[in-house]
Design a protein around this ligand. Structure first.
Ligand code: LLP
Length: 421
């Protein structure tokens, strides 16, 4: 459920006309709905009510500070994968004790930052990382709380580029190595095993692979407890998918929560979840303006002012986003078929091929629905295009929460070597 609807023939985010935002801020622009973010956070919290559970919102999905602050006010923690994300989460007011640090390539500086700030847990992904973290923690005279991320060798389905739980994926330690690594951890100074972590992929609609991976992981927790490890937590990662189009029917959050209740029942474990897309996905759209119609012998290209640098998902994962005109099509509006493309000089700069939709005129605007997760965070300045702007709506008000940089700002990190001046 989200808060983007037509009112009086114009697409609104909550009480704000998206055209008004586009007029003031320009396009392309991401627009996020506070009510939708809050609703998703509350639905998830309610689904896990009564369980000892930490909802650590996955910052990688949408790390805008205003989005993070909104979620912090709902009691969310954070799942971060870099020092930058950790700083963002802290800057937005998410308490360190509600932050988990994931990722396969943490540097010593990032480890030190996590230890200094006192985060809840490090999700460690290799024996080498374990030794490094032990050294850093020892040098600081502290103890790092650790969950080892295990690779359960379970295929999640979904797009191969976002599947992480098969052996052969770079994520997690090989299943068979886990007991030995926990054993080694006991002898290592500066580290303490507090739990086990698993994450098998993203945009997963089917609960069965998740259940299989979670059951396997619970089995490992029991085995390790019997071997004398005092494990208190299980981190089940993120990954529940969202509907991007009518034909998608991912499991509802309530079923997901019920499955997790069943799998973890009676173990007395804190359950940590790292949802990203499920919270931010449907809470955002990207608005773009139609520049030109370009007829070709077998198709019509709709050329818009957003490029793959602004929304990478179609180019990277062949992802589908519903596209709605900001002006509500009437019964008399003809339907047509477009290839919708951006201005970037790459053939992959294509948002949709042969998309059937209402006719839209040059100068009118369209919205890419469900772009709140993995949208703006993946944007770049390719083709020397300014980073896309972001706006947050709350009821009848809206605010620019990341402005477009000026050209001077874009080039200020560069300098001429002496020999060229
Ligand atoms: N935890 C870990 C360890 C992860 O790797 C991820 C996502 C999450 C949590 C959050 O997963 P979510 O709840 O959002 O599914 N750029 C891709 C998605 C990449 C996901 C990476 N990891 C996309 O646009 O579909």
């Amino acid at each position: 459920m989200h808060h983007f609807n037509y009112e009086d023939g114009r697409l609104h985010c909550e009480g704000v006309d998206l055209n008004e935002i586009a007029d003031q801020v320009g396009t392309p622009v991401y627009v996020y709905s506070t009510a939708t973010l809050r609703r998703h956070a509350r639905v998830i919290a309610a689904a896990f009510d009564g369980m000892e559970c930490l909802i650590a919102y996955s910052v990688k999905a949408n790390g805008n500070l205003a989005v993070l602050k909104t979620l912090a006010s709902e009691g969310c923690g954070a799942d971060v994968v870099s020092g930058g994300e950790l700083r963002r989460a802290l800057a937005a007011g998410i308490p360190a004790e509600r932050i988990v640090f994931s990722g396969v390539g943490k540097t010593r500086d990032e480890m030190a930052l996590g230890l200094e700030t006192g985060i809840h847990q490090f999700n460690v992904e290799s024996g080498a990382e374990l030794i490094e973290l032990s050294e850093v923690a020892m040098s600081m005279g502290v103890v790092a709380p650790i969950a080892l991320r295990v690779n359960p060798d379970v295929a999640a389905g979904g797009h191969p580029n976002i599947s992480t739980g098969k052996s052969g994926d770079k994520f997690g330690v090989p299943w068979a190595d886990a007991p030995e690594l926990y054993h080694q951890m006991k002898a290592l100074p500066g580290v303490e095993a507090v739990g086990v972590d698993v994450h098998i992929g993203s945009q997963i609609g089917d609960l069965e692979p998740m259940r299989a991976a979670f059951e396997k992981t619970v089995g490992l927790v029991k085995f390790l407890r019997e071997a004398g490890h005092d494990l208190k937590r299980i981190d089940l990662g993120g990954g529940l998918g969202i509907p991007y189009q009518d034909s998608d029917s991912p499991a509802p959050p309530s079923d997901y929560a019920q499955m997790i209740r069943e799998v973890t029942e009676g173990l007395g474990l804190q359950v940590i979840l790292e949802p990203g897309r499920m919270i931010a996905g449907n809470a955002g759209v990207m608005v773009s303006e139609v520049l030109y119609h370009k007829p070709a012998p077998d198709r019509t290209f709709l050329i818009i002012d957003a490029g793959m640098n602004d929304l990478m998902r179609p180019a990277l994962y062949q992802a589908h986003h519903d596209i709605l005109p900001l002006a509500e099509p009437g019964a008399e509006t003809p339907r047509t078929t477009y290839d919708i493309v951006g201005p970037i000089c790459e053939s992959t700069d294509k948002f949709a091929a042969q998309r059937q939709m209402p006719e839209v005129a040059a100068g009118s605007r369209i919205a890419f629905m469900s772009s709140g997760a993995y949208g703006a965070v993946l944007s770049s300045q390719y083709n020397a295009r300014p980073l896309v702007a972001e706006v947050l709506v709350d009821g009848d008000q809206f605010a620019l929460v990341r402005r477009r940089p000026s050209f001077d700002e874009m080039i200020q990190l560069e300098q001429m070597p002496d020999w060229l001046t």
